[in-house]
Design a protein around this ligand. Structure first.
Ligand code: ATP
Length: 322
């Protein structure tokens, strides 16, 4: 595998349970050392996708390569290169944090010395020093989740699957998790994340795919996805009524607010569109305030999936078809 090869490559992936098609020919690439988020409502097929990519469930059709290994030809190589932190913790509550990590080190055949060294390193890194010798059953949800991820890193995986890693965590623990995920990619680990939290995908993911009815409804960076839905606009604000009037004249399609002395212009949220609006103004005009409003990922999700009330036809179909 060369550095330019994707960490995960999926084409035409199909999975059926009985006569229900859960995945209907999905495809995506995940670059190495990046975070890829698969977004979808309950039952959209996120866990099924993770289960297939991590060799736990066989697909009905499609090509899958993970860490440079073909799923059909070398699933055992994939297993050695990945780690999976599922929705249900792998932490043994009877054991202490240290014992859980030692157990994982044994499973990875690290040897006693290396296993202890790695355990100490991970206990420190995940801020579990004070709880290392306590039974994991006494840990808070956030601590248990940190231990869970620490355990999944014992074997230095190239690709880490995190299935809904922050479900049920309080805001502080979620923030800690996000910091941890950011640090992982800086170390070169590729993270495949499933989440129902749009802010999580927005915060963490380099690229996001929205799964709906077994298909990828859209894929791109958070900024690209936000440009797919209407609602982006720039608001220009003025102190001088003369400037305001001149801009109203130069931007006939803008929405004016004479009380606030503002003009609102629809854009796709890109820098190019902002530049084009500013370039169209008379150079003698002073713009005192600029606010850029972009749609949120929530808007994207509601527009692209049946979960929301907004009709998908409102979305730029051309952009989705990229
Ligand atoms: P959630 O966010 O609720 O975890 P999800 O997006 O991860 O949902 P999956 O768990 O992948 O969704 O399930 C997708 C669909 O496939 C669901 O309708 C589920 O009931 C069905 N399904 C999953 N596993 C099986 C199975 N082993 N046998 C039959 N149906 C299954």
């Amino acid at each position: 595998m060369t550095p330019d090869d994707p960490a995960i490559a999926v084409t035409d992936l199909v999975k059926r349970y009985g006569n229900r098609t859960v995945l209907d020919g999905i495809g995506f690439h995940v670059a190495r050392g990046t975070v890829f988020a698969l977004l979808g409502a309950n039952g959209a097929g996120k866990t099924t996708t993770v289960d297939i990519l991590s060799t736990l469930t066989p697909p009905d059709r499609g090509n899958v390569s993970v860490a440079g290994h073909d799923l059909r030809e070398a699933p055992q190589h994939i297993l050695r290169a990945i780690s999976l932190t599922g929705q249900y913790s792998a932490v043994d509550k009877i054991l202490t944090g240290t014992e859980n990590l030692h157990l994982m080190a044994d499973l990875h055949h690290l040897g006693k010395g290396e296993g202890r060294r790695r355990t100490t390193e991970l206990i420190e890194r995940f801020d579990l020093e004070n709880a290392a010798h306590r039974r994991a059953g006494t840990y808070s949800g956030g601590m248990a989740r940190r231990l869970d991820i620490a355990m999944s890193l014992v074997g230095h995986p190239e690709v880490l699957f995190l299935d809904e890693p922050t479900t049920g965590l309080d805001p502080r623990s979620r923030q800690e998790m996000w910091t941890i995920v950011g640090e992982l990619t800086r170390d070169g680990v590729t993270v495949f994340l499933t989440t129902q939290y749009l802010d999580e995908a927005d915060e963490l993911a380099d690229r996001i795919a929205v799964l709906d009815h077994g298909r990828i409804a859209a894929e791109g960076t958070a900024a690209e996805l936000k440009r797919l839905v209407p609602g982006g606009h720039i608001e220009l604000g003025f102190d001088d009524p003369g400037d305001f009037e001149r801009v109203v004249r130069d931007l006939p399609n803008g929405n004016r607010n004479e009380d606030k002395l503002t003009v609102e212009v629809d854009t796709d949220g890109s820098v190019a569109s902002l530049k084009s609006v500013l370039d169209s103004l008379d150079p003698s005009v002073t713009v005192d305030r600029i606010e850029i409003h972009t749609p949120t990922l929530d808007d994207v999700f509601f527009a692209l999936t049946d979960t929301g009330a907004v009709n998908a036809n409102e979305v730029s179909r051309e952009a989705i078809a990229r």
